[in-house]
Design a binder for this molecule. Structure first.
Ligand code: SOE
Length: 387
């Protein structure tokens, strides 16, 4: 496999995990990192053993050695950074959400297509081995005709009024919780069931109308020291939400998302119910797939390549009983993207070989989140997805 040279722009919570996953592939060379200034970039480069540090994303993008960039910046920088990368012919792996809104997402998608670059969005939960297995089972008819997909994605890292993150700020976008983690849940629901969302009905709740904004920055999941100086910052985005869904294939759906649910750390849960059986998966117990039956005992499939469908068994790198989780799913996703790049494949000519979420999936996600937010702001009315 040809070695691919990549770089990171934005080294907050998720950026370093992108890099770790890419380095595990063995044919990706991380050559540079960009920060908001030279000093912070050099500190992050030293911490992650990355040879080159740039004090701006523009300077990094002018480095001819770099073929691919990971855009892990805050949401309001996704458009300018990705557009600048596309202009210079760099392939782009963007953290979700792709954009602040569907119009910006469409702009990025059209520009990426026109330039012919490889473009990906990190909807990483698709690549847990048992989510791949559930998708095969559902599409093969093992659970029959699907009528309901339901679940939640609940966390507690913003539970306290002095918990803070850039996502609480206006620049973070019109939606917060749904855009940040509801986007994962909706993408996964559509991916494993094979149907797109057609209409939504949503209810939003903001628990804290103001937050204590610290004078410095704070990454996702980071805790307040309790004695920081702060300003009261007005917030009108949702701390939690409940959403009803209608899918194009007639299936119904419902999910809730929250970042203020004590005791839940990264609680993505999804169940698909068919007229023969059901399957369910919990992200915090990723090596177990629950199989629900009516006339026989329910079952548990454990992550074991020997049990997985042969078409997706390669997503399990270890034998049964050796747990694989969040970081391994991320590695699986990036292996699909970087193999495609290393083999010199084209998004147009090799469309049938694309096994990763693209900017088209990112645009779809922005359209869904926009409709959910529009429904909630209208007081909870059925709202069609406008694509
Ligand atoms: C914070 O909610 C966050 O880091 C999300 O931004 C990620 O996409 C999710 O995978 C974990 O939680």
């Amino acid at each position: 496999m040809r070695t691919v040279k990549t770089a990171l722009i934005g080294a907050g919570f998720v950026g370093p995990h992108h890099i770790e996953a890419a380095r595990r592939l063995g044919f990706v060379d991380v050559v540079a990192v960009a920060g908001s200034n030279q000093a912070s970039a050099e500190a992050k480069a030293a911490k992650m053993s990355i040879p080159k540090a740039y004090g701006s994303y523009e300077a990094l993008l002018d480095d001819p050695e770099i073929e691919v960039i990971h855009n892990c910046t805050p949401n309001d920088l996704h458009l300018p950074v990705t557009m600048a990368a596309i202009e210079r012919g760099k392939h782009v792996i963007a953290d979700k959400p792709l954009a602040l809104n569907s119009a910006d997402a469409k702009t990025m998608l059209d520009a990426a297509k026109a330039k012919g670059i490889v473009h990906a969005v990190t909807f990483n939960y698709r690549y847990n081995p048992l989510m791949q297995q559930a998708r095969v089972m559902i599409n093969r008819g093992d659970i029959g005709k699907t009528h309901w997909v339901h679940g939640c994605y609940i966390q507690d890292w913003l539970l306290y009024p002095n918990d803070y993150n850039w996502r609480l700020e206006k620049e973070g976008g019109e939606s917060r919780c749904v855009a940040d983690i509801g986007s994962h849940w909706c993408d996964l629901a559509g991916y494993i069931t094979g149907s797109r969302i057609a209409e939504v009905l949503a209810d939003y709740t903001t628990v804290y109308p103001t937050r204590q904004k610290p004078k410095g920055t704070r990454e996702a999941f980071a805790q307040s020291s309790g004695n920081e100086e702060f300003d009261e910052y007005p917030v009108d985005t949702e701390d939690f939400a409940s959403v009803l869904l209608r899918f194009e294939n007639g299936m119904k759906g419902s999910f809730s998302v929250s970042q203020v649910s004590a005791g839940h750390k990264n609680g993505l849960e999804i169940e698909v119910d068919g007229n023969k059986a059901a399957v369910a998966w919990k992200q915090e117990r990723p090596n177990e797939l629950w199989i629900g039956k009516r006339n026989e005992p329910n079952g548990w499939m454990l992550k074991d390549p020997g049990l997985l469908d042969p078409s997706i068994a390669h997503y399990a790198a270890l034998p049964g009983g050796h747990g694989e989780a969040w970081a391994d799913a991320f590695r699986n996703l990036l292996r699909n993207v970087y193999s495609f790049i290393s083999e010199g494949r084209s998004m147009e000519a090799d469309a049938d070989k694309i096994e990763f979420p693209t900017f088209a999936d990112g645009h779809e996600s922005n359209c869904v989140v926009e409709a959910i937010t529009k429904s909630a702001k209208a007081g909870g009315v059925w709202t069609k997805i406008a694509r």
